[in-house]
Structure formats: C-alpha cells, structure tokens
Ligand binder design. Sequence first.
Ligand code: PLP
Length: 284
Amino acid sequence: RTVYVNGAYLPEAEASISVFDRGFLMADGVYEVVSVLGGKLLDYEGHMVRLQRSLSELAIQDPLADADYLAAFRELVARNEVTDGLVYLQVTRGNPGDRDFAYPPADTVPTVVMFTQSKPGLADAPAAKVGWSVVSIPDLRWGRRDIKTVQLLYPSMAKMEAKARGADDAWMVEEGRVTEGTSNNAYIVKDGRIVTRELSHDILHGITRAAVLRFAAEAQMAVEERAFTIAEAQDADEAFVTSASAFVMPVVRIDGTSIGSGTPGPVAARLREIYLEESLKTAV
Ligand code: PLP
C-alpha cells in the first residue's frame, strides 16, 4: 500500500513519524474517514468542512489547501486501485521536538497522514440484510465529542465489551439517554417518526447523519431531534445507525431484546437505499 505523509507518497513500510509527534504522545489530532464507492469519494465536502471545524476548535493550523486534500485523496485512491473502501485522513499538531503539555508555537508544522483501506462490495455488506445487535454501556468519554479527535480508547473499549457480550456494537448512555454508537450516530423509528439525538457537544456531528436527515425530510418522513432511552429504543418499531463506512445500518437487538420484528425495518432499508443513490450522485 502507498500512504501519504506530509506531501510524500511512500510504501507503508517506509513511512515514519517522530516519537515527539503530539498525535502520538497526546492524541493531539483530528481525523476524517471518507468512503469510496466505484472509485469516487462520498460526502467529500461535508467531511472537509468538519475537518476545518475540528482543527479550528483545537487551534491547529490547517496545513493544506482544499485542492491539495482532494488531489491527495484521488492520488491515493488511484495508486492503491481502490474501487470500494475508505480514505483515512489524520492531522496532528506535529512535532515540537519535545514533550510538553502546553501547545507548541503556532508555526509548528502539523503532521498530515492519509491511507486507504480497500473494502470490495462495501455497499452490499451482508450485515445490512441481517442488522446489528448492540449492547448499552455507560458513556465515559470526554465532554467535547463534537471534535473528531484521534483519542478513541474509550470507544475501542466499548467495542471490545460489545464483542465480549456477543454484539456488533455498543450504544453509549449518559444520564439515562443514548448518546451514540462507538463510531456511528443512533436512531429509532416509532409510529413512522425517526428519532435521533440533537446536535451538541455530546455527540459527533455525523456527516452521514446530516445527509440522511436531509433525504428523510425530502421524502416527507417525520424527524424528531431529541435524546431517547434504551427502554424507548427496545420498544421502538425499528432502530439503525449511520456512519461514513456503514452508511445506514439496521439495528435489530438492544441488550438482548428484539426491536420490532427483529429484522431490518423498512425505514432503515429505504434510507440506506436513498443515501447510497443520492450520495453517489454528488460523489467526486
Ligand atoms: N459518532 C462517532 C462517535 C463516530 O466516530 C462517527 C464516525 O466515525 C460517527 C458518529 C458518524 O459520523 P460520520 O457519519 O461523519 O462518519
């Protein structure tokens, strides 16, 4: 695989980062994951807008021009012959030359890393026909989950806990209400209404979420942006999650309780279809 590091395209075995990089020492960095279908980038603009916001919230200078990001994404997709898969982009505060809690001077050059993952048949994932089972787990992450930082240890622990309990993912719960999945936004459907937590510092502002809610509104589906409980989810007609890599993924069990019929529901199936169709139209 060819990877990108600070402007260079290198075989992955030859790419390296300083031990003093703030991303390595302090998880001081942000990332984006953009899916690739048929060699094209889905929701590319949205992901780049969120990258800018994450960087600006952490006062990391943006090292590249918009056109440089797109050129690098395309170059990597081409060099690695990715038809379906992902591009991962990470920007860290860079290497100040030593370890210190204070941010280094603003002219410290950020470290930019990009790589691809090939996932043939990504849009036809068999899991979408079966649906995921999820378990609930307390949300013990920090309070700025709207910034897409690389500090992902708690979501990793939650994922492991889910697997240990025989589930596909975890829904994190705070003050009795679901925040989101380990790497996706969470939804329920009750009496034809789609319910998903409102945007705040408590959740990541999903790019797929924004697109799906827009398509739902265009299709005259009712949407309510508010938090919900696990009990409410277990009593719902349907549940699902959204993310750049899972698109719209049905959820059929929560803490061992079947949702609705226990099979993927029609609203999730329709939204998945609309999302894939519409986002391919604007893919770059
Ligand atoms: N919530 C969390 C915590 C995530 O990590 C992600 C994606 O990685 C999402 C939601 C979904 O965001 P997006 O649709 O932009 O991929």
